[in-house]
Design a protein around this ligand. Structure first.
Ligand code: ADP
Ligand code: MG
Length: 255
């Protein structure tokens, strides 16, 4: 589904991602871990097409299309969703209006049917049930006064509404307590299926524990330096990142 070849990304002339190769197939869940500043968010934004992150070399292929120089809107309509670490609050706009606008804008670009408020309400109600979210959310202003966990859940709702095929969740677990983290993980797990793929970026073992990605990658200074399975996260917890970074050969045997 996603293939990144030889990617190099710079911000304001400084080279952040270097020669990065990595691919995700349908039905897979991948995680990227790494110290602060290792380039995880830069990678996420480059995949989503953030204009400030310049791709100076390499390619991003999504569903067999080269999207390296495509606008973020087009990437999003093609099925890529980037969840934010700190989702924005939009005062004065109700969540249901916002969601319908997002949905209809995608439908329009795909030449598919847009929904009137009533049909949209019926559809979104089913989606809410599926991810175990209260429908009182719909009439509140977008993210305003939402708890950390509610904001993240709202992002999962957007992914599910837009039938996202590649979900990139950048530190969706930051600022959540254990209960909220567990609920979000359950929502992610119920969203995951054989037709989509999920890339989570996280610092914490707990999220990895709950969603058990098939692959855990460690990033250092803009490169993926190690790939293992979900057990990698507990090793990082025990031994720290430097164990992997300084003992490449030993650690790959453990992985
Ligand atoms: P991570 O998400 O792994 O913590 P980032 O991708 O946010 O790392 O950052 C990687 C490097 O890129 C850091 O050195 C950071 O200072 C730099 N960087 C990220 N975003 C910007 C930006 N908008 N402007 C300037 N430098 C940035
Ligand atoms: Mg980050």
């Amino acid at each position: 589904m996603l293939e990144i070849q030889n990617l190099q990304v710079s911000i304001k002339d400084s080279n952040i991602i270097k020669n990065l190769n990595f691919s995700i197939k349908k039905g897979e869940i991948h995680a990227i871990m790494g110290k602060n500043g290792s380039g995880k968010s830069t990678l996420a934004k480059a995949i989503a097409g953030h204009p400030r992150y310049k791709i100076t070399q390499g390619k991003i292929i999504f569903k067999n299309d080269d999207i390296t120089s495509e606008d973020p809107e087009i990437r999003s309509h093609k099925g890529i969703f980037l969840g934010f670490q700190y989702p924005v609050e939009i005062s004065g706009v109700s969540n249901i209006d916002f969601l319908r606008l997002a949905y209809n804008s995608k439908q329009k670009t795909l030449n598919q049917q847009e929904l009137d408020p009533l049909s949209f309400f019926q559809m979104i109600t089913k989606k809410l049930e599926a991810i175990n979210m209260d429908d009182s959310f719909l009439n509140r202003y977008v993210n305003e006064g939402f708890s950390g966990g509610e904001k993240k859940k709202n992002e999962i709702l957007q992914m599910s509404l837009l039938n996202t095929e590649l979900c990139i969740l950048d530190e969706i677990d930051s600022g959540l307590d254990v209960e909220a983290l567990k609920k979000i993980s359950e929502s992610i797990n119920s969203f995951a299926n054989t037709n989509n793929a999920i890339l989570v970026i996280t610092h914490y073992e707990k999220l990895i524990d709950y969603i058990k990605p098939q692959y855990v990658h460690i990033m250092k200074e803009g490169e993926i330096v190690y790939t293992g399975d979900y057990k990698t996260a507990s090793l990082i917890e025990k031994k720290g990142y430097d164990f992997f970074l300084n003992n490449g050969q030993i650690s790959s045997k453990l992985g």
